[in-house]
Design a protein around this ligand. Structure first.
Ligand SMILES: [Zn+2]
Length: 159
């Protein structure tokens, strides 16, 4: 019922202008029929009534236009708000997926660190006989003084 209110006000303005003009003309005709002493009043009714009807119609039309414009403005503001909210939500989503990605990478790195950790064998060469020797990281951490199993020379762990 209150949709397109500006358009309805416009129609109402035209309709009421039409009704007013009909009444003004009928009023003037009645005045003219009533005799010579009423002729001036008849003209006054015709001119004044027409003018009043015209001014009233213009004002009502202007008001209708105003309502129409404010409706448009409200619609625009609503659209802009919706757009802004959409953008904000997209930014938030991007931020969340970024965080998830970082979390995943961190988890992967942690897993790799754990895997490498103490059970991994580390190869190095005996400073004496230059033979390749392998110990686990954990063993190297705990034993600073090592002995080459091949030549029997003692050396210190670098870990
Ligand atoms: Zn050796």
């Amino acid at each position: 019922m209150f949709d397109k209110i500006g358009e309805k006000i416009n129609i109402l303005a035209k309709f009421s202008f039409f009704i007013e003009m009909v009444s003004v003309i009928i009023g003037a005709i009645i005045c003219f029929y009533m005799g010579d002493e009423m002729t001036a009043i008849g003209f006054a009714v015709l001119i004044g009534g027409s003018l009043a009807a015209y001014i009233g119609a213009i004002m009502l039309c202007g008001f209708g236009k105003l309502v129409e414009n404010s409706d448009l403005l409200t619609e625009q503001i609503r659209e802009e708000k919706a757009k802004k909210r959409f953008k904000e939500e997209r930014a938030k989503e991007r931020q969340i997926s970024k965080e998830i990605n970082n979390y995943r990478i961190n988890a992967q790195n942690n897993l790799m660190d754990e895997r490498i950790d103490d059970s991994e064998y580390i190869d190095f060469y005996c400073p004496e006989c230059r033979e390749k020797i392998a110990y686990t990281k954990a063993f190297l951490k705990e034993n600073q003084n090592l002995e080459c199993p091949l030549c029997g020379s003692a050396f210190r762990s670098q870990f």
